[in-house]
Design a binder for this molecule. Sequence first.
Ligand code: FES
Ligand code: FES
Length: 143
Amino acid sequence: MRFTLNGAPVEVDVHPMKRLLDLLREECALTGTKEGCGEGECGACTVLIDGAAVCSCLVPAAQAEGAAVLTIEGLGDAHPLQRCFMDEVGAQCGICTPGMIMAACVLAPDASLDEIRLGLAGNLCRCTGYSAIYRAVQSARRQ
Ligand code: FES
Ligand code: FES
């Protein structure tokens, strides 16, 4: 199958029902995308497909055929969300962080706190209590 991964064309030979999460981590060696629950409940595996946030543990590889997939690695090392998560201590163990950041990527630039809470409602964090995450996202919105 062929698709675009973080802006570059890729071709991989995988079973069409292989989870996109596993394709990314195993075939593409992009381990920034994390597995939490593996059941679509936690959002740790969130990536963007054609600009929409999806749980990659629920998406078969075939669904990415011809699509543009963006993972946390595709944001580079100095994205405002990454800097703000560090500045606001929005990450502790870090398992939820890539998924949080990818979900935050698709929020409106002028998203209110309530809209940020709603937009990240599918992303669970067992460490931070969420306030620092919301602060980080709000701070990134202002940059
Ligand atoms: S690992 Fe995909 S939603 Fe939890
Ligand atoms: S920082 Fe540990 S789950 Fe969010």
